[in-house]
Design a protein around this ligand. Structure first.
Ligand code: SF4
Ligand code: SF4
Length: 70
């Protein structure tokens, strides 16, 4: 599967445990993540391609890739 193909896999952040460090924002090649109010990271599912880079970069290990319905 090509990394940038259209995908039903999306990153999901566990908001309660996110420390808003911004590592995932820098790692995302699609600019799909932003920090909301300096408190937590939010993934724009319309931009996310499920590549998993944010999962690898998150030092708190609070991002996961989930299969979502199309
Ligand atoms: S899975 Fe990839 S495209 Fe989606 S938010 Fe994480 S780094 Fe960005
Ligand atoms: S890398 Fe992890 S802890 Fe840091 S802002 Fe992103 S989701 Fe939150």
């Amino acid at each position: 599967m090509a990394v940038f193909s259209k995908s039903k896999r999306k990153a999901q952040v566990s908001l309660r445990d996110c420390v808003a460090c911004g590592c995932c924002v820098k790692a995302c090649p699609m600019a799909a993540i932003r920090i909301v109010k300096g408190v937590f990271a939010e993934v724009d599912a319309t931009k996310c391609v499920g590549c998993g880079r944010c999962v690898k970069e998150c030092p708190a290990a609070v991002v996961a890739i989930a299969e979502v319905p199309a």
